[in-house]
Design a protein around this ligand. Structure first.
Ligand SMILES: Nc1nc2c(ncn2[C@@H]2O[C@H](COP(=O)(O)OP(=O)(O)OP(=O)(O)O)[C@@H](O)[C@H]2O)c(=O)[nH]1
Ligand SMILES: [Mg+2]
Ligand SMILES: [Zn+2]
Ligand SMILES: [Zn+2]
Length: 364
């Protein structure tokens, strides 16, 4: 049987260091099968460097299909900070054959005053709006929040559970923390799934046996369309992805004024309820800024930073009071105390949508 890397699931090989799964021949003989990791995983873990880049969409779709066929339940991991981008219809279709648990991850990034019960309810409603009926567990793989509940859910079902989801939502991190809890297994696994800030880390699906009939499997991320962070180089993408804190900026934006993240997105106010406000949310590597419509070109087409965007698209959108305009792979803008009619400028192909606000007042 082919041996697999415990970190990323790639089939191990000793011929080509430029391909996934390469392992120096002498390592293959001297390590227990459960502890084998490929050279790429080794370098991601120890030097935070991914020399081979993300898994291809075709390979990840195929591995997902195989994983779903093996499983009897699916845990769909979604990043709470990029929720809608985590639910592409093709992915939902692939996992729909199995009972679904939605694991809403990265709870640690939300403001403390936003309670988990509130978030779980919000997530359930949002899923229903998107046509998904599922149980929801709100968790943080970073600090362990919600894992007692998640472990209980697993122990009650003794499932063959596949962790699925789009790239970089924290599937491997969630699984790694669960493996640390052991769930009845006597000995901990020494090597855990590889976690990294780069999307496309996990290459194939791989299984982990725990006690009773429980088996957990990691899978490569589904590559979604329309996520702004995927259009940039890894360094620029990392600036957009919230990792330690979520940045929020509140501005009273009036007609003729705009809010923007330099070189990435801008919204110009066309009309608004007097006294209304906009709050922009994003990762802390970038920030929403206020400016005048006069400077639109400077902050979009003429931006001279790294990874300038060549093709921009213009959209008109009305954001009702207490709703969020979400820009996939970037963040969102929330309208407070009134409604906003906005002109949005986004890199061509970036998806956006409206939803009831995640943080703050829950009724319109
Ligand atoms: N703040 C925070 N970051 C997290 C959490 N879970 C995962 N991350 C970070 O998110 C990034 C992606 O985590 P992974 O576990 O590698 O994500 P994945 O879904 O397995 O990604 P692929 O294998 O690329 O599809 C890493 O930088 C993690 O440290 C969390 O609960 N909170
Ligand atoms: Mg992974
Ligand atoms: Zn590996
Ligand atoms: Zn760049």
């Amino acid at each position: 049987m082919t041996k697999r890397c415990r970190g990323c699931g790639a089939n191990l090989q000793t011929e080509n260091p430029g391909e996934y799964g390469y392992i120096p021949p002498k390592r293959l003989g001297e390590t227990d099968d459960d502890d084998l990791v490929c050279q790429r995983c080794f370098r991601i873990i120890h030097y935070n460097k991914d020399e081979l880049g993300p898994v291809l969409a075709t390979a990840s779709s195929q591995a997902l299909e195989e994983g779903v066929a093996w499983s009897d339940h699916v845990a769909l991991v979604v990043d709470l900070l990029d929720f809608d981008a985590g639910l592409p219809s093709a992915l939902l279709e692939s996992v729909s054959a199995r009972p679904l648990l939605v694991v809403a991850n990265k709870q640690d990034l939300l403001p403390k005053k936003t309670t988990a019960a509130e978030v779980a309810l919000w997530a359930k409603n949002r899923l229903r709006q998107l046509g998904v009926e599922a149980e929801v567990q709100v968790v943080s793989a970073l600090n362990g929040f919600g894992f007692a509940g998640l472990a209980q859910w697993i122990e009650a079902r003794q499932p063959k559970l596949l962790f699925a989801g789009v790239t970089n939502v924290g599937k491997s991190h969630v699984l790694s923390r669960l493996l640390g809890m052991r769930l009845g297994r006597k000995q901990q696994y020494a090597v855990k799934p590889t976690v990294s800030a780069y999307p496309g880390t996990t290459v194939s699906w791989s299984r982990w046996r725990l006690s009773g009939g429980i088996e957990l499997a990691d899978s490569p991320g589904f590559v979604p369309e329309g996520r702004l962070s995927d259009m940039l180089c890894p360094a620029c993408a990392r600036e957009l992805i919230p990792s330690r804190t979520l940045s929020s900026k509140l501005y009273p934006i009036a007609p003729g004024q705009m809010m923007h993240i330099p070189g990435r997105a801008a919204v110009v106010c066309q009309d608004s309820t007097p006294g209304a406000l906009l709050i922009g949310y994003c990762g802390s590597g970038v920030s929403w800024e206020k400016s005048s419509e006069r400077h639109l070109a400077k902050w979009t087409r003429e931006f001279d930073g790294h990874c300038p965007i060549q093709n921009w698209e213009e959209h008109t959108v009305t954001v009702p009071r207490n709703c969020d305009l979400i820009i996939h792979g970037l963040g969102w803008i929330s309208a407070r105390k009134g409604e906003y009619k906005l002109k949005g400028y986004l890199p061509a192909g970036t998806k956006f949508s409206l939803r009831p606000c995640l943080i703050g007042p829950k009724q319109q």
